[in-house]
Design a protein around this ligand. Sequence first.
Ligand SMILES: *Cc1c(COP(=O)(O)O)cnc(C)c1O
Length: 333
Amino acid sequence: MKLSKFPRLRITHAATPLEPMQRLSMLLGGPTLWIKRDDCTGLATGGNKTRKLEYLMADALAQRADTVITQGATQSNHARQTAAIACKLGLACHIILEDRTGYTSDDYKRSGNVFLDHLFGAQVSEVPGGSAMDAAMAQLADRLRADGRRPYIIPGGGSNPIGALGYVTCALELIDQANNLGLDIDHLVHATGSAGTQAGLVAGLEGARSGIPVLGIGVRAARQPQEERVFALAQQTAELLGVPGAVRREAVVANCDYVGPGYGLPTPGMVEAVTLLARTEGILLDPVYSGKGMAGLLDLIRQGHFKAGHNIVFLHTGGAVGLYGYRNAFAAG
Ligand SMILES: *Cc1c(COP(=O)(O)O)cnc(C)c1O
């Protein structure tokens, strides 16, 4: 895999730490739990989109773009990180936010990521749930081109083969850290949404023949479409890297039993996971992704899905700023 041939900005505070979670491991009494801190990527409160944006924004600059356009849910962490990096590069940023939850509270509509989007000076527009988001971005790009701008469209979540390269990089970083620590990783677990994170990880771990299996915990789609989306993107990413066919279909596994009522809608398991990680490890998860991902991991551990003594790494993909949009979900605590 020749990652170095792709243009890349160096933004991420890498390598992000790989730390043991001793109190949580002891409390659960099962496998040994580790956490890979991609909540600490360093860009405007961090998160997983930063690694993708290193490649996407390098591509935008190579195409001499002066404006970026992207989309996401109201409390999108991807939109916030895109708005921040656009500031650093001196590009204009347009964000289209889709109302996927129907929540009308001031916290949800204005605090958390939305507050930061505006702080970064992004042009924010809001559209109803179910809108054709790709078409909306294409139309906006046409309007901007007519005004003489040079827009670059970043897909939702930064999830295309170029963005996924960011998680190929993370996979290689993790292999290196594990080798240095003498850590034999039995499973890597993380929240999967727009699929770029898992696709990049699987492409990198398979391409390197690492033997480290990945489990994505879904936050939106059902298992079959989620796995198909991840597999398709992982294959495209492997092709881009010059290792076509490196990804086995069996290497793509998503468990979508922890979505609850829908994307961005709280579940009791999420609230428990966020609260437990805060109170055992002093770590902030987020309500939409890492909270549900951890809820899945906790439940699987309690069911005995992972053996005692196995080393499980949870990839913390960030998003804690979103907690401020969800104060109501934690009101009882
Ligand atoms: C976007 C996001 C994810 C999911 O990553 P995908 O590449 O979209 O699958 C997970 N956690 C957080 C906090 C995110 O913002």
